[in-house]
Design a protein. Structure first.
Length: 680
């Protein structure tokens, strides 16, 4: 079924019969997707012949998907603790804490919600060197606003139909352009050459290498799909225009590079990055993309850039973007041969100023103590022209992987950022990027784990009625400013689990408290690097940042006071807590899998000089049990996991502050479920 062009869409919206036609188009595109078998010629990434990258604007993960079933959202059982002692959602405005709240405006998905500050400076103020406690002073109370399924049903339905990534981060703690440079080039000119770094959307002209140039050298076809607006040169503001329904909103960041600005018609950089439709002259926004799909000439790599009104950048409604997404999906599925070989990535360049509760992985820096087994070079800005700070990772943003190999409502919880798009293209087409830092390559994956290339196709649910997804006019509207309720209440996440992709993490830690000192040795036996943030309100220099590359180990120690309470947060829900007094027994706990049975084997050791009485409690319903350990004695306790997940608390029955908590999941190469605690 052909996609609706913008003019036809607006014409139809005036007629009572239009709602049925639009709804059918959006639903039928996904129904077609479910009916088209994947190309499984090799059962590997080589079966992907087309990669389509559709980067939208300025939405955070919790802001959109905090209530979505089976993702690390509002039901996270082990959120970070703030310096106030409250959990991370309790952000303070100077007078009271404000929790995430659902705005009261009707038809919220069609509201023009206000745009928030997303500058480098204020985003780093909110991040607060990892303390993560200054969101309201930096971003206003609107930062805590979130949507629900009834507001943005098409976004939720896409997540339920395909695969949602719940640990995908923007690349920079800053605005649009730097994040898009990471997606298009692998970095932001971090080393200061080629005109970089750009922290402020300066758009003054840069010259470091871009990834499409690497694709061109490797003979891999590519193209940017966009509308020209008032022109794709400086006189035309590189696609910026006062008419928000045409142009590219300046989001084709390749146009800020001198090699593209100096390219001439007939050259690859000009023809593939500086051409597009002309909606101002009556053209169809999707004409070129539709024709390429229909004719089988879609390039191997496509970048789609929407006009401002459809980007979801606040203050534009999310459901305008849903209509644009649905057209893309409709066009791709209209050619079964093309769709069977296509991977569509839908993600957001940055979070605007909207809050997300997961503290982003970040390197140790002059401001953030810690250590790393991999180089952290080019990941810190020294602050010559702005506040100093780490480049990233940035805040979590939504990412949906739509393809015949990712259907079925899965979640993938590997850590990703915008460079993961390039990494996927590297894995598929072999063209290497020279720009991605060693630290980022260690911590961020290549998105291949979001796919099941060898498996069988899955069914997908029906899409929701989208009859209300229509711009009523082509005007800009005043911003809706949400305000929090007088009484806080923590939002509930949808109950239930979803299937979860297997991951390559295998992180363990041996921790000991002895002589007033805590020592830890992390061992990474997995194929993925892991970042661990160590938080404690009783350690003056905390939080700390540690990066343990794949196949390496790392040790650290901290001097303790009379009491201690230390939390470690790692990838995919990995969590450890050690609390107590230095005068109490040293209880050491580690965990390992037992193979096919998917049980967790906890080794509990009493490294002290006195007998201890312990209570072991399982958060997944296996109950509790008593354990007596003599001085120097160790025992192994086997606890069933839930979908591969474990969460055990070991507490002393005589020393009330002595606690050890171990949570995470045991990978065995097989699909698992999402954390069952998320929907409780």
């Amino acid at each position: 079924m052909p996609g609706l062009n913008r003019r036809h869409f607006l014409q139809l919206s005036a007629a009572a019969s239009a709602t049925t036609a639009i709804s059918q188009m959006l639903g039928e595109s996904v129904a077609r997707a479910a009916s088209i078998p994947a190309n499984r010629a090799t059962g590997s990434i080589k079966d992907v012949e087309h990669v389509v990258v559709f980067m939208q604007e300025n939405r955070a993960f919790d802001h959109y998907f905090g209530t979505l079933k089976g993702v690390r959202g509002f039901g996270d059982p082990h959120p970070a603790l703030l310096p106030s002692g409250e959990i991370v959602w309790h952000q303070n405005n100077g007078t009271r804490d404000v929790l995430p709240y659902h705005p009261t405006a009707p038809n919220l998905g069609m509201q023009f919600m206000e745009d928030l500050d997303h500058s480098w400076k204020l985003t780093h103020e909110a991040f607060d060197n990892g303390k993560y406690d200054k969101w309201l002073p930096a971003k206003s109370e609107a930062t805590m606003a979130f949507y629900e399924r009834s507001d943005i049903p098409f976004h939720f339905a896409l997540a339920d139909a395909f695969t949602v990534c719940d640990d995908y981060h923007c690349s920079v703690l800053g605005p649009t352009d730097p994040n898009r440079y990471f997606m298009f080039t692998g970095w932001d000119g971090n080393d200061g050459t080629g005109g970089g770094p750009d922290l402020w959307n300066a758009e003054v002209g840069y010259s470091w290498s871009t990834y499409p140039e690497q694709l061109e050298k490797a003979g891999v076809s590519w193209k940017v799909y966009q509308d020209v607006g008032d022109g794709l040169d400086a006189a035309g503001y590189w696609g910026w225009t006062s008419n928000a329904y045409i142009g590219n909103y300046g989001d084709n960041s390749l146009l800020y590079f001198k090699q593209y600005q100096n390219a001439q018609p007939g050259s690859p950089l000009y023809d593939k990055a500086r051409t597009g439709t002309n909606a101002k002259a009556g053209d169809d926004l999707f004409r070129i993309f539709r024709n390429d799909v229909a004719s089988g000439t879609l390039p191997q790599v496509s970048y789609i850039v929407a006009p401002e009104a459809y980007t979801e950048h606040s203050n534009w409604p999310p459901n305008f973007g849903a209509w644009y997404m649905a057209n893309i999906l409709d066009i791709l599925t209209s050619n079964a041969d093309v769709w069977s070989k296509t991977a569509l990535f839908i993600m957001y360049d940055e979070n605007d100023g909207f809050f997300d509760h997961v503290v982003p992985p970040h390197p140790n820096t002059p401001q953030i103590p810690g250590d790393s087994t991999v180089s952290t070079a080019d990941e810190y800005y020294a602050g010559a022209n702005d506040v100093p700070g780490n480049f990233g990772l940035g805040v979590r943003v939504p990412m949906i992987v739509a393809s015949p190999w990712s259907m079925g409502g899965w979640v993938c919880s590997e850590t990703f950022d915008h460079t993961s798009i390039i990494r996927f293209l590297e894995a598929r087409f072999g063209a290497q990027s020279p720009n991605i830092s060693a630290w980022r390559r260690a911590v961020c994956g290549d998105l291949t784990s979001a796919f099941d290339f060898a498996g069988t196709a899955s069914t997908v649910p029906a899409m929701p009625d989208t009859s209300s997804y229509k711009p009523a006019d082509q005007n800009r509207h005043p911003s809706y400013v949400p305000t929090p309720p007088a009484v806080n209440s923590m939002p509930r996440q949808e109950p239930g689990t979803r299937a979860s992709r297997p991951l390559g993490y295998a992180l363990g830690v041996e921790a000991a408290v002895d002589g007033g000192k805590l020592t830890a040795r992390w061992t990474n036996a997995g194929k993925l690097g892991a970042h661990v943030q160590l938080r404690s309100n009783l350690l003056a220099a905390a939080p700390y940042s540690y990066t343990i590359g794949a196949g390496t180990s790392l040790s650290a120690s901290w001097n303790l006071g009379a009491t201690y309470d230390v939390q470690m947060h790692g990838p995919s829900g990995w969590y450890r807590r050690l609390a107590g007094t230095t005068a109490a027994a040293d209880i050491r706990v580690t965990v390992a899998g037992d193979g096919a049975a998917r049980h967790a084997q906890f080794r509990v050791e009493n490294a002290g000089t006195k007998t201890v009485e312990l209570k072991l409690s399982d958060a997944y319903g296996a109950g509790s049990q008593a354990l007596t350990l003599n001085a120097g004695q160790a025992k192994t306790v086997v606890v069933p996991t839930q979908g591969g997940w474990y969460d055990l608390t070991v507490a002393s029955t005589t020393e009330p502050t002595l606690v050890r908590v171990l949570a995470g999941r045991l990978e065995d190469g097989r699909p698992l479920t999402s954390d069952p605690q998320l929907g409780r």
